[in-house]
Write a protein that binds this ligand. Structure first.
Ligand SMILES: Cc1cc2nc3c(=O)[nH]c(=O)nc-3n(C[C@H](O)[C@H](O)[C@H](O)COP(=O)(O)OP(=O)(O)OC[C@H]3O[C@@H](n4cnc5c(N)ncnc54)[C@H](O)[C@@H]3O)c2cc1C
Length: 814
């Protein structure tokens, strides 16, 4: 029996494709003091029973790049002495509905911006490549030559071998029983073979990851879901050309060749969680390794039937093997990656049945994250910190996972909303909104008003294609009311934190790129940068006392942004700084528009004139007899205030403002109007135009960086970014407002693809469609014509100087 060392720098828990890939990439980055532990044999979790399909193109650009890295790596491993049986057989995706064909055309567009070889093929060409299919109902198809398949267990072994050769020590049949922490960081891992002191622990436990997370009181919202496929008897000619894999998402099925038979699986409409239910967290038996679940033919029946319609041979051939294996799914079908709230405790799990395709890329980005201490790509969609406290509930988590699993192959249109587990978190004005025709959206489990259906507008601006699907004419009505009179927005879901203590000012001026200590009552927009000058967060900071500040950030970013603050406080030893999440204590209403001053003034004796209450200042005042904090600020490009009141006063205050504004054209408005207004004004959104991969200068936010400050986190990288700017965020406008991109579409100049759209939408005041994109610096001149591909058609756009609306800021400083 091998004995585990008493110390290692990094301990990886789990020897599936996730753990072995993280180990492989850490070793490649020069980390030699790495130990990998598995409670059983390598690959004995979900990996050994995987179907092994490797597809690269995904809706998320980062994930696509990660999967492309996987393919490069599997090709390379194929040339080693432990090849993983990588077979670059290509893949076909069928469209069995016109909507799916639109999706395919859109994906072909994205693929161009990645240099991926995805192209449209006719149904007949699809059949030539995969002769077993019946073409009934097939509208079209696409084909990617560089997709493939791999043997999952051999892949894990190849990665483990590569890691071992570079110094990683691997111990199987070594179970982690406990993880110890000291001062908020991991300090050791206790196994049944001894204790290992360490600096970093990587939880690569797949579906077991939540159990491992519980050892340090970290919630990892993953549930093992039963996933099934079958393998037919061999029936094809030995010398027949090897088939590409085939996905027919409209029929919820996939195929790949297995020896000279077929492997066929799918995503059934009625899913089944394993070892977890609505009232209890996952509890996988201690001996569940190298095991499968009992066949569940009832649940597979519809899939089997669909497979016979598409490939009639399926009705004739015998079945050699039926697999029902559990796999860890997350509430949004994206991975759980990154450092958790416990310092040095990382997770790389919850691969949602695309862990084989993802493993290469996952290992790379997680290893880089560990070495750098921060992500090296925009990994927000996969960051464990995207999950808020609501996911502590097993019921909420499972409802979300079930909804996502069952919609795995569905087309997801922009503006689509979740249906399950709602409402979860509500503002004090929720019932009022409901009674007044609100159509709600959900963000980070908060119910928020998208728009009010009573605000009926004209339908002529409905966007063509997908963007028109969940569009409402009410948004333009609310947009115009805010520009011309006043709009009232319920922003109570904003994440809010109080930072206090004797070193609070010093701490915030270290974390933030801007100078945020300008005196009590001053509000500052700032970014918090990582050490590469990537934007980790952006928010406003208001100094509310000599040793007290309030941070306000986006609804979805509480765990992420406040987690980053906690991390820097811990790592840079800022004692005497307290970070308190006060999100649920305060309601917040945005009163915006040219009439906002008159409305608010009618409710308070405080002088609200520009000289008495300047832009970017904040005061505690009384409105309609209610004590509030009012901050003069805007995210829509108009005169306005954000008003913070105790949650208990929220409804009363809202109603008072609504009645005060009745004769001044005030209407209640929703988040969709904010989006249109801010796009016009060019205000950036984190996870929209800016993220950890973008720096302030290329994002046009250099004005918010105080380079004169002696130091702040990321300063030296920031100076370099300023000097060596290679690309720039530009606004692109389209004369036809119904012709709007919404993200990832390729952009070309003179027939050469030079980038892809980040965000897009409609600007109702300028009456144009708007998009933002990072383009090479030499192509950014305003007036430059570009083309953007919308569902296979190239739309003409123009790079325009920013902001598109009110360039002199007159309206904000009224
Ligand atoms: C039926 C099925 C078909 C699939 N098909 C595909 C496909 O076609 N393409 C694709 O890309 N993906 C597919 N997947 C998904 C893919 O198989 C998984 O995403 C992947 O294998 C997960 O790997 P992992 O390393 O995260 O987890 P696992 O392989 O489960 O590894 C986790 C390891 O952690 C170990 N462990 C747990 N607790 C402890 C502890 N306390 N101490 C020490 N060790 C511990 C376990 O023993 C286990 O070996 C499929 C999955 C299923 C179930």
């Amino acid at each position: 029996m091998s004995v585990v060392p008493t110390r290692a720098k990094i301990v990886i828990i789990g020897g599936g494709v996730g753990g072995t890939s993280v180990a492989y990439h850490l070793a490649e980055l020069g980390e030699k003091d790495v130990v990998l532990l598995d409670r059983n044999e390598l690959t004995s979790g979900s990996t050994f029973h995987s179907a092994g399909l490797v597809g690269q193109l995904r809706a998320d650009p980062t994930l696509t790049l990660m999967n492309m890295h996987s393919v490069d790596l599997y090709r390379k491993l194929q040339t080693t002495d432990t090849p993983p049986s990588w077979r670059e057989c290509g893949s076909i995706k069928l469209a069995s509905t016109p909507e799916r064909m639109q999706e395919i055309r859109r994906q072909i567009g994205w693929a161009k911006s990645f240099g991926l070889d995805l192209h449209e093929i006719s149904p007949q060409e699809a059949q030539n490549l995969f002769p077993l299919i019946d073409l009934d109902g097939v509208v079209g198809a696409c084909y990617m030559t560089s997709d493939g398949q791999v043997d999952p267990s051999q892949l894990a072994m190849a990665l483990a071998n590569g890691a071992r050769k570079n110094g990683v020590q691997i111990f199987t049949h070594t179970r982690v029983l406990e993880i110890k922490t000291k001062n908020g960081r991991v300090s050791s891992v206790v196994t049944d073979k001894g204790e290992i002191e360490c600096d970093v622990v990587v939880n690569c436990g797949g579906m077991y990851a939540p159990q491992i997370g519980r050892m340090v009181d970290v919630r990892i919202p993953i549930v093992p879901m039963s996933h099934q496929y079958l393998i037919t008897d061999n029936f094809m000619e030995e010398d027949a050309p090897f088939l590409p894999s085939l996905r027919d998402p409209d029929n919820l099925i996939y195929f790949r060749q297995e020896v000279s038979g077929l492997l066929m699986g799918g995503y059934e409409r009625k899913s089944q969680a394993w070892s977890a239910d609505y009232n209890s967290i996952d509890d996988i038996p201690a001996n569940f390794n190298s095991m499968l679940l009992p066949d569940d033919w009832d649940r597979f029946y519809d899939i089997a039937e669909a497979s016979q319609r598409r490939v009639p041979k399926m009705a004739e051939v015998g079945i050699k093997n039926f697999i029902n294996g559990p796999e860890g799914f997350t509430p949004d079908n994206e991975f759980c990656l990154g450092e958790t709230s416990v310092g040095g405790f990382y997770v790389a799990a919850g691969f949602c049945a695309h862990g084989i395709a993802g493993a290469g890329g996952i290992g790379k980005v997680v290893a880089e994250w560990i070495v750098a201490g921060e992500p090296t790509m925009d990994l927000w969609h996969m960051d464990i910190k995207r999950f808020g406290a609501s996911y502590k509930s097993p019921d909420f988590t499972l409802q979300r996972i079930t909804e996502n699993y069952e919609a795995y192959y569905d087309i997801h249109y922009p503006g689509e909303e979740r249906k399950s587990a709602r409402p979860k978190l509500i503002s004090p004005v929720y019932e009022w909104h409901k009674a007044n025709g609100a159509v709600f959206g959900e963000k980070a489990s908060w119910e928020r008003v998208n728009y009010y259906e009573n605000n009926v507008g004209d339908d002529t601006k409905r966007p063509q294609g997908w963007l028109g699907k969940h569009w409402s004419s009410a948004v333009q009505v609310e947009h115009h009311a805010t520009r011309n009179s006043a709009g009232l927005f319920d922003e109570s879901s904003f994440a809010k934190a109080q930072i206090s203590g004797s070193r609070a000012a010093e701490f915030l001026n270290y974390v933030c790129a801007n100078n945020v200590v300008k005196g009590v009552g001053k509000t500052v927009y700032t970014q918090a940068l990582n050490s590469k000058a990537g934007i980790e967060s952006d928010y406003t900071v208001t100094q509310t006392g000599t040793e007290k500040f309030m941070i306000v950030t986006g609804t979805a970013f509480a765990t992420h942004d406040f987690g980053w603050l906690e991390k820097l406080r811990r790592e840079f030893k800022f004692d005497n700084v307290e970070i308190t999440n006060i999100t649920h204590d305060l309601a917040c209403f945005g009163l915006m528009g040219p009439n906002s001053r008159s409305i608010l003034q009618s409710l308070t004796s405080t002088d609200l004139s520009h000289s008495a209450f300047p832009f970017m200042t904040s005061q505690e005042i009384v409105i309609a007899g209610i004590q509030v904090r009012a901050t003069r600020i805007t995210y829509v490009g108009e005169l306005g205030w954000e008003i913070y009141a105790s949650i208990n006063d929220g409804l009363n205050l809202w109603q008072k403002i609504v009645s005060a504004g009745k004769d001044l054209g005030l209407i209640a408005c929703g988040y969709r109007a904010i989006e249109s207004l801010r796009l016009e004004k060019g205000y950036r959104a984190w996870a929209g135009e800016i993220n950890t991969e973008t720096n302030p200068y290329e994002a046009g936010l250099g004005f918010a960086v105080a380079l004169k400050k002696e130091s702040f986190h990321g300063k030296s990288a920031c100076i370099e970014a300023k000097e060596k700017q290679k690309r720039k965020l530009v606004a692109i406008v389209f004369d036809d407002i119904t012709s709007a991109p919404f993200g990832s579409e390729p952009i070309r100049i003179n027939n050469k693809v030079i980038g892809r759209i980040k965000t897009g939408g409609q600007g109702y005041t300028i009456n144009k469609a708007i998009a933002y994109a990072y383009l090479p610096i030499d192509t950014c001149e305003p007036g430059t014509a570009v083309e953007v591909e919308l569902f296979g058609r190239w739309a003409q756009g123009l790079i325009s100087s920013e902001p598109l609306f009110d360039p002199t800021n007159e309206r904000v400083r009224l």
